[in-house]
Design a protein around this ligand. Structure first.
Ligand SMILES: [Zn+2]
Length: 442
């Protein structure tokens, strides 16, 4: 499926990029009189880790600086690092000094996540221990207080629940080895740093035999074009897990529809701990109109595959859904293409999803034709594939959904996974494959 380009520039660039390593966290020299042995040890030199610099003010106060995206200084939001060499009962104030965005869910009570041996699941730091404010130099700063409870432990702090490239590879490997007749994993391409671009096909095997098949409705879903948007991966995870399950509704969906999934469009950015960009510092979701094979190989391969599906006489490419996460909005919601169609057929799917998923809000769904979004998957592919009516960006908040009109409920990993399941379930009603009474809101 994948034909590696022999272009000499491609090979040179690839060689150069494969040498890009994640830089270790640097400790800035400071005037503090805390001895080396008493200082906390910071580390972000692991997959998806991000912390650029640390400044020790005193034994109880540290300033932290996010490392900007690789080759792009404009994006600083995602962080993920560990702290060790702590004392029992030591209380420390951490201040994250250099966010690139001012508008933040921290204003609504979002707090960083923490995990350690004594807390094996990610936990939110209590809101009363966090403070988000504007400094004199106009930068926005997040300060949070943490008390270490066990000495011989490593504490991990993160912007949101991590979901790494390796997490995805393990997930897909474990499905693949079950040899399911209705699941196929293929290599669609390689990234500039030689990571896999996976594409999955989920449907009953007979749907893929040309002589047997009537023209099948095909749903194309992708995620993680923006590398730090980890909730998008949990949604894709839930979508895939449900579709390959033994649930009678999953069977029904596989019988009638073909699902194509590209679960991670920017594996290099995910590995490097970038918030948004690829290894060469490009926001890939602005290049769908005209991706270059040599510098946007994952986009280029995915676009080629979409064009192939469009021309396949056995396929009716009906939906394109691009999964993202939002850093300043609440709930799940969709961006929908503006159409000069008074029936507004493009709003039917989000209305149905709203009925099924408590985390999703139809009233937050936005119809837009913003010129700055012209290179996004939703806009560019809608026109190219002539599926503009069903070309969506699916957003989900990094923080919370609202319940009972005003109560903010922080998202858990399970909520995101449940959203993904409901994205699949909604096609039951959209294509009238099962009566609504046979499933209920979950
Ligand atoms: Zn995004």
């Amino acid at each position: 499926m994948y034909d590696k380009s022999s272009d000499v520039y491609f090979e040179l660039l690839q060689k150069k990029l494969s040498q890009i390593k994640k830089p270790p966290t640097r400790t800035k020299r400071s005037n503090s009189n805390v001895s080396e042995s008493d200082r906390l040890t910071f580390n972000s030199h692991f997959e998806s880790g991000n912390l650029g610099q640390v400044r020790c003010i005193n034994a109880f106060e540290y300033e932290l600086y996010i490392r900007p995206d690789t080759n792009n200084q404009n994006y600083r939001l995602w962080f993920y690092f560990s702290v060790s060499n702590v004392k029992k009962g030591q209380r420390v104030l951490f201040s994250i000094m250099n966010f690139s965005k001012a508008k933040s869910l921290y204003r609504l009570g979002m707090t960083p996540l923490v995990k350690s041996t004594s807390r094996s699941n990610w936990e939110r730091i209590p809101e009363r221990q966090c403070y988000y404010y504007r400094a004199k130099n106009k930068n926005y700063i997040l300060t949070f207080l943490f008390e270490f409870d066990i000495v011989e432990d490593e504490y991990f702090f993160s912007y949101c629940y991590p979901y790494t490239y390796t997490d995805l590879q393990k997930f897909l490997f474990n499905i693949e080895r079950r040899s399911l007749s209705y699941f196929k994993r293929e290599l669609l391409g390689l990234t500039l740093q030689n990571r896999r671009l996976d594409i999955l096909t989920i449907t009953e095997a007979e749907n893929l035999i040309p002589e047997n098949s009537k023209k099948k409705q095909t749903i194309f879903v992708c995620a993680r074009v923006h590398s730090g948007e980890t909730p998008a991966s949990f949604m894709a995870h839930g979508f895939i897990s449900f579709l390959i399950s033994d649930h009678p509704h999953a069977k029904l969906l596989r019988q009638h529809l073909i699902f194509k999934v590209v679960p991670m469009l920017n594996p290099d950015g995910v590995f490097l701990g970038n918030y948004r960009c690829s290894s060469i510092g490009h926001d890939l979701n602005r290049f769908w109109l005209n991706p270059e094979e040599w510098c946007h190989p994952t986009l280029w391969s995915t676009r080629q595959e979409l064009l192939r599906l469009k021309s396949d006489p056995n396929v009716n490419l009906d939906f394109f859904i691009d999964m993202h996460s939002h850093s300043s909005a609440t709930n799940g919601f969709m961006y929908v293409n503006h159409m000069d169609d008074t029936r507004q057929e493009q709003l039917i799917y989000p209305k149905l999803l709203d009925v099924l998923a408590k985390e999703f809000s139809f009233s937050d769904t936005r119809v837009c034709r913003d010129m700055s979004k012209i290179g996004t998957g939703r806009r560019a592919l809608g026109e190219m594939l002539q599926v503009a009516k069903h070309c969506y960006t699916l957003e989900v908040s990094f923080f919370c959904f609202t319940q009972d009109l005003s109560k903010h409920v922080p998202f858990t990993q399970e909520n995101y996974i449940n959203m993904g399941k409901n994205v699949a379930m909604t096609f039951l009603e959209y294509y009238k494959l099962a009566p609504r009474s046979s499933y209920k809101q979950s």
